[in-house]
Design a protein around this ligand. Structure first.
Ligand SMILES: *[C@@H]1O[C@H](CO)[C@@H](O)[C@H](O)[C@H]1NC(C)=O
Ligand SMILES: *[C@@H]1O[C@H](CO)[C@@H](O)[C@H](O)[C@H]1NC(C)=O
Ligand SMILES: *[C@@H]1O[C@H](CO)[C@@H](O)[C@H](O)[C@H]1NC(C)=O
Ligand SMILES: *[C@@H]1O[C@H](CO)[C@@H](O)[C@H](O)[C@H]1NC(C)=O
Ligand SMILES: *[C@@H]1O[C@H](CO)[C@@H](O)[C@H](O)[C@H]1NC(C)=O
Ligand SMILES: *[C@@H]1O[C@H](CO)[C@@H](O)[C@H](O)[C@H]1NC(C)=O
Ligand SMILES: *[C@@H]1O[C@H](CO)[C@@H](O)[C@H](O)[C@H]1NC(C)=O
Ligand SMILES: *[C@@H]1O[C@H](CO)[C@@H](O)[C@H](O)[C@H]1NC(C)=O
Length: 429
């Protein structure tokens, strides 16, 4: 009806059109970490020592996991719809002390709170509610680590907020030891951790405090330095996507660290995934460790994708999820999706793929938009009035969409725990 606005993009497979927006947001991410770090300059090692001094030799009953606490066999939890539920959601409030300012959209001035009240309802079953005490029991003497970029950091913060309220003051702490953040539940001798590795493999963006965005250079065959710090972690959750999507090509080395070449992003991503897969095969003991891989978190940069006829808009001012079940926007790259599927299917070790892309793709309303930060500062009034330039349609508000990713992860962790336990000590007849 209006001008020749495209209703769908000619090629949805590769969308690199958002380079400017992306670059500014990623810089913002780095400033954030730096600030966090300045604020928290205590000596972290003292607290670690304190932890190891405690005596935990207590006999523990096994955690009981009933059928309605795990995902029913055969149910695809990734197919479903968002339903209004302002009774059970949000699970925690913005007062959770472990949220960074970047994600507390309401407190930053977002006028609506609808985005906090949607529950993901799979078509074929119920998604179990997260029971924080049960999760902590399952994590007793264990480490759960999220590895990835700032999207993954949001998932980490969400998980910490989902469990922290059941732990009394003085028995929980958050340490920042870049590139890690470590939440400790002292009485459980359990940690929930985050590891900054935006490409998973090594790159010149690995400094969690000071990293380059524009001059990115990835080392497609190098993972050992990171891998060393992931060794022995009981549950690893990986994610990497948005950092690859800055341009159609990316500077990379493979073999000689001096031989820098431009690779197509899809080629580079595959090589990186293969390097990661080799590390998984040689370093993970599937009897004691478990690995998850998160599918890509979609962006919502053009509102004409869900609002035909519109132009110039983005996720700003969106308050409701998309209801069209077949919706699939351009903020997620199908080539990369296929690459991940291929690499995971060839692994000898069972890695669980959590395909949250589509359920998140419905959530055009869930992003921080103009209610986040830029270079470590909340947007100014003037910037807020210019959402076309300043809206962040990549990161998510909390409480919000990442809470659902964690509920899905939780249901899988419980299921793994139960099947491992049943193997070790089969129930008496
Ligand atoms: C688990 O269930 C068994 C038998 O029903 C019970 O004896 C045990 O106390 C339960 N464990 C916990 C931690 O609740
Ligand atoms: C919950 O949503 C219903 C339906 O929109 C509304 O009538 C009610 O006031 C809401 N309750 C709260 C506590 O926000
Ligand atoms: C705490 O958990 C770690 C594994 O994360 C384990 O090595 C250590 O022995 C545990 N400490 C105690 C006191 O049980
Ligand atoms: C960040 O890294 C760059 C390049 O390595 C360096 O020139 C700069 O001084 C560093 N900045 C800070 C604040 O450390
Ligand atoms: C790769 O690096 C060269 C030299 O720094 C630069 O000119 C080129 O734009 C870079 N390519 C990409 C895709 O960033
Ligand atoms: C890289 O991508 C371009 C454009 O998408 C394509 O024409 C070219 O064949 C690709 N090169 C390789 C080596 O895959
Ligand atoms: C936001 O959307 C509402 C209706 O959906 C509209 O009335 C309002 O003008 C919009 N606000 C801005 C700043 O675009
Ligand atoms: C993930 O889910 C989407 C839609 O729900 C589907 O199109 C895609 O093939 C799935 N990806 C994988 C790797 O299974």
């Amino acid at each position: 009806m209006t001008t020749a606005q495209p209703q769908t993009l000619p090629s949805r497979q590769i969308q690199f059109l958002f380079t400017v927006a992306l670059a500014s947001l990623l810089i913002l991410g780095s400033a954030r970490i730096m600030l966090d770090n300045l604020k928290n300059n205590q000596n972290p090692f003292l607290r670690l020592l304190h932890l190891t001094k405690r005596d935990y030799k207590v006999v523990r009953l096994p955690v009981n996991v009933s059928d309605d606490e795990v995902i029913e066999d055969g149910c695809n939890v990734f197919e479903g719809k968002w339903v209004w539920d302002n009774v059970s959601f949000p699970v925690y409030g913005e007062s959770c002390p472990y949220l960074v300012k970047q994600v507390t959209c309401r407190r930053n001035g977002r006028p609506d709170s609808f985005y906090q009240n949607w529950r993901w309802q799979p078509h074929a079953c119920q998604l179990p509610r997260l029971n924080a005490l049960k999760l902590l029991e399952v994590l007793r003497d264990k480490r759960l680590m999220f590895v990835g970029d700032s999207i993954q950091r949001g998932m980490f913060e969400s998980m910490v907020c989902l469990v922290q309220s059941v732990i009394p003051e003085g028995k929980k702490s958050l340490q920042r030891i870049p590139p890690r953040k470590i939440f400790t539940a002292e009485d459980f001798n359990a940690t929930i951790e985050y590891f900054w590795a935006p490409f998973i493999i090594e790159s010149n963006s690995d400094n969690a405090i000071n990293h380059t965005v524009r001059k990115r250079l990835v080392r497609l065959d190098s993972i050992a330095k990171h891998g060393k710090q992931w060794e022995g972690v009981d549950i690893l959750v990986f994610e990497s996507y948005i950092w690859w999507m800055y341009k159609p090509q990316i500077n990379a080395t493979f073999g000689s660290p001096y031989d820098v070449r431009e690779y197509n992003v899809t080629t580079a991503y595959r090589l990186a995934m293969e390097t990661w897969a080799n590390w998984i095969e040689t370093s993970i003991d599937p009897n004691t460790q478990k690995v998850y891989f998160m599918s890509m978190s979609p962006t919502h940069l053009w509102d004409w994708e869900w609002k035909p006829g519109s132009h110039d808009g983005n996720c700003f001012n969106e308050t409701h999820p998309i209801q069209d079940p077949s919706y699939w926007g351009t903020g997620s790259n199908l080539h990369i999706m296929e690459t991940v599927r291929d690499v995971l299917s060839q692994l000898q070790i069972d890695v669980t793929f959590l395909n949250v892309t589509q359920l998140s793709d419905y959530r055009k309303d869930g992003h921080t938009s103009v209610y986040g930060e830029r270079r470590g500062k909340l947007l100014t009034k003037e910037q807020r009035l210019n959402p076309k330039t300043f809206a962040d349609c990549i990161h998510w508000c909390l409480p919000g969409v990442p809470d659902t990713w964690n509920e899905i992860l939780y249901a899988h962790i419980l299921k793994d725990y139960r099947s491992k336990r049943n193997k070790l000590s089969p129930a008496p007849l």
